[in-house]
Design a protein around this ligand. Sequence first.
Ligand code: RFL
Ligand code: PHB
Length: 394
Amino acid sequence: MRTQVAIIGAGPAGLLLSHLLEAEGVDSVVVETRSRDYVESRIRAGILEQSTVDLLTDVGLGARLAAEGDRHRGIYLQWPHERQHLDFVDLIGRTVTVYGQTEVQKDLGRARDAAGQPIHYGVTGTALHDLDSEHPYVTFTDAEGTQQRLDADVVVGCDGSFGPSRAAVPEAARQTWQRAYPYSWLGILADVAPSTDELIYAWHPNGFALHSMRSSSVSRFYLQVPPETDAGMWSDGQIWDALAERLGHGEAGWQLTPGPITAKSVLPMHSFVQQPMRYCRLFLAGDAAHIVPPTGAKGLNLAVADVALLAPALVALLRRGDPGPAGAYSATALRRVWRCTHFSWWMTTMLHTGGAGADPFEAQLQLSQLRWVTSSEAGARGLAENYAGLPIGF
Ligand code: RFL
Ligand code: PHB
């Protein structure tokens, strides 16, 4: 097989890249280890920045998003006896939209179907070759068990944190940074109407809690738990009790409504950046190059921002023979990556508490910071600008 762009991974980064390239007349082939059902049902992010919504809309992927997405003006930040609303529209004139990654993934899948896009699901043994030559290629075994070779002008690693692309950059040519956080999130999905109109991020001495949602009848919640937690250790009753305690803010008139839990999982929290995001004929985009803890809701948005920058760069390279934008891709993308890495780290460390052995000094600093970002216009604007999104190309 031969294509212009070999894309590894059919997550949001890989499928959106293939969509953007096709609109500009550049062909691509996508290879993916999982099944289509699996990638379209895996529950992950839920919040789209305005720039993500604008981009998806501009490229013809906005119809269902406009009909079913729920636009929010802001978020609540809370700590015991206080719940404060930050109104992003008043602060910076931007909104965020609740629309699950599962839905983005389905919209992208349908658009690729309509375009007759070749996507190889269920492949094994993906390997990258000759990236430092003019003729890179990818090999894999397809779902029928046949060995395949895909020749391309460039290879793009959109294969998330467990794929082979990031390690295909020779060690001497890459630099990585990482931070593991001493807690995880227990996430649940419940068939119950949200008990809030907008997301609640709660600081609590027992640990952070987040009330999010997917629709008017489906709620999403997260609880800070110790890193070695097994989701099975928490009964449904214990989860609802912990959520009610941490999300309650001591005011009469607010109650958390529990409901049937339909999914339960634990996700570790870490930060990771690898640079550069280009090595010869290999480009990295999305989680393949960087991971953020989910507290700032940045992971999916950052993957979209990478690809929004990479697609025109590849079009310039492959259609016009102009290497300029592709040469600038890594440095430009990394500016936003580091901004979001900082913001996600900052939200995470402001909101998570130490549990047993907690440092009482640190807790006071966190509470002081929370009071400042909710009472100072300058503080609130800084958070709003980072959360609701910097413009594409920042
Ligand atoms: P993805 O979505 O991980 O897609 C990468 C794809 O590459 C495939 N792949 C391979 N394909 C071929 N050959 C191989 N050898 C391959 N190895 C892997 C994978 O099967 C997969 O389909 O990366 P992408 O496209 O960069 O998109 C990034 C986002 O998915 C990610 O940033 C967010 O979902 C992060 N994230 C969350 N972000 C939030 O903002 N809020 C959340 O609540 C949230 N929850 C999560 C998350 C990420 C999770 N992961 C990665 C474990 C929950 C989880 C569990
Ligand atoms: C989610 O709805 O899954 C979600 C929302 C906001 C976050 C993280 C996850 O910061």
